[in-house]
Design a protein around this ligand. Structure first.
Ligand code: ADP
Ligand code: MG
Ligand code: ZN
Length: 641
């Protein structure tokens, strides 16, 4: 028998070896993680090359066997004289049996890319769409054109559902477009088995997936049921999928291809530039009263007689602002998700008929807006991402005439939004992208939007249609942030020692020698205004020199500020001081809204042709369900008259 001592020695040896193995394992895990990342990168690169190869084919030809019929149906059934850029490419590619994803801005005409091909050959096109109201709109407008289409949703009656199910089995069915919600595919066995029968008899033409970014958690609109769409390529081999979206980031597009099982598919993308939209940031006052004054002036003078939208952050804001503007004699309607459907549609139509000058809405007011002459979209609070901002502001100027997108920005709103969104993946990065856009005072705003969509629009493309380009600042002053970072960091460290957490406002107080003495900056007050101080804090947050630290209380979430990962390497850091250019609130908007700046064909995007011609001739929620607002005030439902 060994002695205890001997056994203990052996134990120590074994423990030592375990430690060594741990170290090795750690190294190997790191290596494994690195290899996985590298693998994903390579797969993405291969897919990008595949997509690029497919995209280098000219899909816009008119020599296909179906080309004549495509042209006739466009004009005779859809009563549309000509295609917008990339529509024909999308149509030819799906008719050729390619899987494809069509990326076009909202309003550019993605629906036609699947509606028209559905009518070219016999058989069925299934359209998956996330919103029942959108499907109803489409089926209605197709019926008006004598194009038979059906839909099947959770709200369909038993009879309607039976009819749709039977249709899938019926060889002589005249219907060529069937709209379904994603749940149907995810959950209805009956539907799926009938669809398989339809497929096995060779009658399934293609599956179109509208708002296809809803597959991806990286997008702004993730829908769990969209995840199941990955089974389609397995269940229906050789059936082309056609995804459609206005989300263009490569991250989301890669993700969508992976989820749908169509890696390296053809991507058809049109430019996102909206040349007729003027982009502008206005400094947002802290008091609601002052904000209302700005809105009042804009509506009474600058946008007198024109239609627009005012987007707000919460239901309570929407109600308060509606009330405030009505008190100032303006005709505005309120719109949010807590209202009855009938009240919402009444507000919508009163705005449509110009009875209301503006709708004051949460982001619930969005899909299905089909008003071409929206002359202004004002963001009373910043959007939660550039993606959302582009969608929301993009509802202006669908008719191609000049329209203005004005955003009120103040640092306080950064935290209003961050405390609402912080818990979902990637949301803070998205928000900081929006904040960077607002803080910027030196680069063309279009350039920043283009960067977001991985595009290069060139500087000439702005045509002075943003506040930066129309009022260039000659000598921009840069602030050297290095000493300020040191100060801020020491204020935060000192507060931590005192077991105190600082919000941005408290941090600013301490920095500008206000508030409790023991928290204050030990040095001098900065030589610039507190407003610039706010910009500095926001800038440092977007660049990870500072970061937000969220804490729940019983009633709300609070964002405290702490040092961020980049705070240690502040050897060089400059920030250009932003200046707001003047914007005459009391003047009529320039260029008179009535004179078109671009032609209809150039709306949303400029085709190669139109660019050539030019050269030749001259040269898209969530409402914050403001629970409190329900108690504090009755919901305004369209009650002005
Ligand atoms: P998206 O889905 O891209 O947001 P829609 O498909 O809803 O856009 O189309 C927006 C509007 O543009 C519709 O009223 C549609 O009839 C119209 N439209 C589509 N294509 C054309 C075209 N080639 N010429 C003129 N109008 C078009
Ligand atoms: Mg659409
Ligand atoms: Zn510009």
């Amino acid at each position: 028998m060994s002695t205890i001592k001997e056994l203990e020695n052996k134990l120590r040896e074994v423990e030592k070896e375990i430690k060594q193995v741990d170290v090795e394992l750690y190294k190997w895990r790191k290596r494994q993680q690195h290899l996985h990342e590298r693998k994903t990168e390579l797969i993405n690169s291969i897919n990008t090359v595949k997509s690029n190869n497919l995209a280098s084919v000219d899909w816009a030809g008119t020599e296909y066997e179906w080309s004549e019929k495509v042209k006739n149906i466009l004009q005779e059934s859809f009563k549309i004289p000509s295609f917008r850029p990339k529509q024909l490419s999308a149509i030819n590619s799906t008719l050729s049996g390619q899987h494809a994803i069509v990326v076009m801005p909202t309003g550019a005409g993605k629906s036609l890319c699947y509606q028209l091909p559905a009518l070219i050959k016999p058989g069925l096109t299934v359209v998956i769409s996330p919103l029942v109201s959108l499907m109803e709109d489409q089926v209605r407008s197709l019926s008006k054109k004598n194009i038979p289409a059906k839909l099947m949703t959770s709200t369909s009656t038993k009879e309607e559902t039976m009819a749709a199910l039977n249709m899938l089995k019926d060889k002589n069915c005249p219907i060529q477009l069937l709209y379904v919600t994603p749940e149907r595919l995810a959950k209805s066995k009956r539907f799926m088995s009938n669809l398989q029968k339809c497929h096995s008899e060779g009658r399934l033409q293609r599956i179109a997936i509208d708002e296809v970014h809803c597959c991806s958690q990286w997008g702004h609109d993730f829908r769990p049921d969209y995840k199941y769409l990955g089974v389609l390529t397995n269940l229906f081999p050789n059936i082309p999928l056609l995804g459609l979206t206005a989300t263009a980031t490569s991250h989301v597009l890669n993700d969508v291809q992976k989820i749908l099982n169509i890696p390296g598919c053809l991507i058809i993308k049109s430019t996102f530039n909206r040349p007729n939209l003027y982009y502008k940031i206005l400094e947002k006052p802290t008091s609601q009263e002052e904000c209302l004054k700005i809105l009042e002036k804009l509506l009474k003078y600058r946008y007198n007689g024109e239609s627009g939208i005012i987007y707000t952050h919460s239901i309570k804001d929407a109600e308060d602002i509606t009330e405030g503007l009505r008190k100032r004699g303006l005709k505005v309607g309120c719109y949010h998700a807590n209202m009855e459907a009938s009240a919402r549609s009444s507000v919508h139509s009163k705005w449509h008929d110009k009875h209301y000058q503006a709708i004051v809405a949460t982001v619930a007011f969005g899909m299905g807006i089909d008003k071409p002459d929206v002359r202004f979209v004002i963001h009373h609070t910043i959007s939660k991402s550039m993606e959302n901002y582009y969608q929301e502001s993009g509802r202006a100027g669908r008719d191609g005439k000049r329209a203005e997108c004005v955003t009120l920005y103040g640092m306080q709103d950064l935290f209003k939004v961050s405390t609402m969104v912080f818990s979902s993946v990637g949301s803070l990065d998205h928000l900081y992208g929006m904040v960077k856009y607002c803080l910027n005072g030196t680069l063309c705003r279009r350039q920043l939007i283009a960067q977001h969509f991985d595009e290069d629009w060139g500087t000439a493309d702005c045509n002075k249609m943003c506040d930066v380009c129309s009022h260039p600042i000659s000598n921009v002053r840069d602030i050297n942030l290095v000493p300020h970072c040191k100060t801020l960091s020491s204020i935060l460290e000192n507060a931590e020692k005192l077991d105190t957490k600082l919000t941005a406002q408290k941090l600013l107080d301490a920095w500008f020698l206000k508030g409790p003495v023991n928290l204050r900056n030990k040095g001098k007050e900065p030589s610039f205004s507190r407003n610039i101080g706010e910009d500095v804090i926001a800038f440092l947050l977007t660049e990870s020199y500072l970061m937000e630290d969220f804490h729940y209380t019983a009633y709300s979430t609070i964002s405290y500020i702490k040092n961020g990962p980049n705070m240690d390497n502040t050897s060089e850091l400059m920030m250009p001081i932003r200046k707001y250019s003047s914007f005459e609130l009391q003047e009529k908007a320039p260029n008179h809204f009535n004179s078109p700046v671009i032609t209809d064909a150039e709306l949303c995007m400029e085709s190669k042709e139109s660019k050539l011609k030019k050269r030749k001739s001259k040269e898209s929620s969530p409402d914050i369900s403001a629970k409190k607002s329900k108690k504090s005030k009755p919901i305004i439902i369209d009650d002005d008259d």
